[in-house]
Structures are given as C-alpha cells and as structure tokens.
Write a protein that binds this ligand. Structure first.
Ligand code: G3P
Length: 214
C-alpha cells in the first residue's frame, strides 16, 4: 500500500518524508491556500522533497484551458500528476492527457459510476472522498469497496487513492479493502503511530533502566 501525504505545506512534507513512509503528495487549491509560498515555488519545493507522484490540480473550468494548465504544470517536473475534477469537462481532459502521456488523478469522486467513467477515460488515479461522503450520512468506505471490485473486474490500469481521510480508522479500512493508496493529512499520520500503551511502556522501560547497575 502506498501512502501519499495530503498537504501542500513544505515543512510538514519534510517532517513526514523523514519517517520514510511517504510515497507521494496530493495537493488541491484549498491546501495551496493554507501554505505561505507561491504556488509555483511550493510545487518546485515539494518535487525536491518527495520522489514520487505529486498531484497538482487544474483550476480552469473548460477542457481547453485545463489541458493548457496541465501541460504547463507537467512540464515542471517528471513526477507531476494532474488532478482533474470528475465532471464532463474533466473526462475530456483525462482522455486527452492520457493520449499525451500525462498522468491524471480524477478528483472529487463520489460515486462508483464516476470512478468507472474516469478509469475508462484513462485516469492513472481516482480519488474518492470518503470523509465528505461520511459527512452527508453515506458510507465512504462502501464506495472504496465498490471501486476496488470494478477496477479488479476489468483490470483497469487505474489506482484508487482513498482521499478526504478524517481519522485513523479510515486508513485501516482502506488497507483492509486493498486500496492502492491512502492520501493522509499530516495530523492523521501523526495519530497513526500514537498509542498511549506505547508511551506508557517506553516510560516504564526507561524508569526501570535507571535501576539497572551499569
Ligand atoms: O485529497 C482530497 C482531500 O484533501 C479532501 O479532504 O478533508 O477537504 O474533505 P477534505
């Protein structure tokens, strides 16, 4: 299973990359707005830190402009993956970029049919947003299960990125369902390694170690 980090914050990316578990990075316009560098500087810096797929989202609303943006961004670094919204214009962009050899990440996927269409159009990745589905009383993980079956049934060359992760259980469930990737916000990555019994155990071992004659 691959772990991507879901942030555009260079300091956070540096911190968690040092754990040796970050295979890639996903950004979006909201995440970009929360960090202090210019968009282009942030993308350049992120590409220097992590040698893996770096998703950068287009913001134009028609396919021609989206393709122009995609070409501009993908020329910046070999690892750039173009994040494209999962709508009718987005489908045109995904299939056009596939022909040009540019990798795409279909984002804002909320149904199995949306994911199926994006896979069929040639998306390298699809990003179902589990947390936002849970927020409206639907079961985000059920969507992951359906998409995993669909990708398997037809051997699509598309990887599922479980996105909009809100708590550690989302990561466990994604792994149990065999999702290819989980994109994890820094605060959730931090929680994944934490356990009060581990902290308690370390403290006890260190105290007892003091009693050992050296
Ligand atoms: O990768 C997409 C993700 O950032 C969306 O997360 O928490 O805004 O629903 P959230």
């Amino acid at each position: 299973m691959k772990f991507f980090i879901d942030t555009a914050d260079v300091k956070e990316i540096e911190k968690y990359a040092s754990w040796g578990v970050v295979d890639g990075v996903t950004t979006n316009p909201s995440l970009m707005s929360k960090q202090s560098l210019s968009f282009l500087d942030a993308v350049k810096k992120i590409c220097e830190i992590v040698d893996g797929p770096i998703s950068v989202e287009v913001t134009a609303t028609n396919s021609e402009e989206m393709i122009k943006q995609a070409e501009e961004y993908s020329a910046m670094h070999k690892n750039i993956v173009i994040k494209v919204p999962c709508d009718a214009e987005g489908l045109k962009v995904i299939s056009a970029l596939k022909k040009k050899g540019i990798k795409t990440n279909a984002t804002l996927v909320f149904s199995a049919n949306q994911g199926l269409l994006c896979a069929k159009a040639g998306a390298s990745y699809i990003s179902p947003f589990v947390g936002r589905l849970d927020d409206i009383g639907q079961d985000g993980m059920e969507l992951i299960s359906e998409l995993a079956d669909i990708i398997d049934n037809y051997e699509f060359d598309t990887e599922i990125i479980v996105a909009s992760i809100r708590h550690p259980r989302h990561v466990t469930d994604a792994a149990l369902l065999g999702a290819h990737v989980a994109t994890i916000p820094p605060e959730i990555l931090e929680k994944l390694i934490k356990h009060p019994k581990t902290d308690e155990g370390i403290e006890k071992f260190l105290k007892d170690w003091e009693k050992v004659s050296k």
